[in-house]
Design a binder for this molecule. Structure first.
Ligand SMILES: Nc1ncnc2c1ncn2[C@@H]1O[C@H](COP(=O)(O)OP(=O)(O)OP(=O)(O)O)[C@@H](O)[C@H]1O
Ligand SMILES: [Mg+2]
Length: 235
């Protein structure tokens, strides 16, 4: 419209801009805390666990008495609990974007943000309508974030696509594909790949799964399948 904005419209525009700003700040803060937990504390605990495992192996070789080995073994068990706790807390930090957008909308928003930040075009195909249970939407959103962040950080891709679809009425599918350098078998199997492991475990905890298909030089596909309900009715 050519008409200059009235006082009221200007207030509405200001308010909307302010709301978006606050939402963006909250999202950045939660993402930062979740990432810090995952990267810093998660890596630290994993490091301690690997050191302990090495010591345990050495103690076995040296035939050290059982009670010492048992104490160490129990410490390793507690570290595992700590690792699981870090993962749970960081995944429970619900993305603020999901307070105001459905899953597809949140993914589109995040893709635009990451495209602007990285310069790599991230195309989103969203074929999912209607709302997904918050816990499941959070898991799918976090898996999307990790897959795209990995593609941006590690793949040297020139294009990334994310495809959100339903298979039938019960299965949510998310594919994130990049045309980058791909990866060898090693990081996909490695126990230190916290990010890759986190995606798989997040999906598995809700009855789904994440598969990674990749070959050096041929890009990477991260494929998530997630049931949209906690239990699909028995037939
Ligand atoms: N899309 C990708 N293209 C190429 N290499 C990848 C891709 N995704 C992951 N990788 C490789 O797999 C490794 C493990 O990934 P993972 O997400 O577990 O760890 P990370 O991204 O290095 O650290 P973080 O714990 O912060 O996620 C990466 O370091 C990288 O070498
Ligand atoms: Mg990662």
């Amino acid at each position: 419209m050519a008409e200059p904005e009235g006082e009221e419209e200007r207030h509405t525009t200001d308010l909307r801009a302010l709301r978006e700003y606050v939402e963006r700040m909250r999202e950045q803060e939660r993402t930062r805390i979740a990432r810090e937990l995952h990267d810093e504390l998660g890596q630290l605990l994993t490091g301690i666990k690997l050191d302990f495992a090495a010591v345990l192996r050495r103690l076995h070789e040296l035939k050290v008495p059982g009670d010492i080995v048992d104490r160490l073994q129990s410490a390793v068990g507690q570290i595992d609990i700590g690792i699981a706790m870090v993962r749970r807390i960081s995944s429970d930090l619900r993305p603020a974007l999901l307070d105001h957008h459905d899953l597809g909308g949140a993914i589109e928003y995040e893709a635009r943000r990451l495209t602007a930040q990285s310069g790599i075009p991230i195309e989103v195909w969203n074929r999912v309508e209607g709302s997904i249970e918050p816990e499941r939407a959070t898991a799918a959103f976090r898996i999307f974030q990790e897959a795209v962040t990995n593609a941006v950080r590690h793949s040297q891709a020139t294009a990334i696509t994310a495809r959100l679809t339903m298979r039938g009425r019960d299965l949510l599918m998310l594919n994130v594909r990049d045309n980058g350098v791909g990866m060898s078998e090693e990081p996909r199997r490695g126990a230190e790949s916290l990010g890759l492991m986190g995606m798989r475990e997040r999906a598995r905890a809700l009855g789904g799964d994440v598969r990674i298909t990749s070959r050096p030089g041929h890009g990477t596909l991260v494929a998530m399948v997630l049931p949209v309900r906690s239990e699909v009715e028995e037939s």
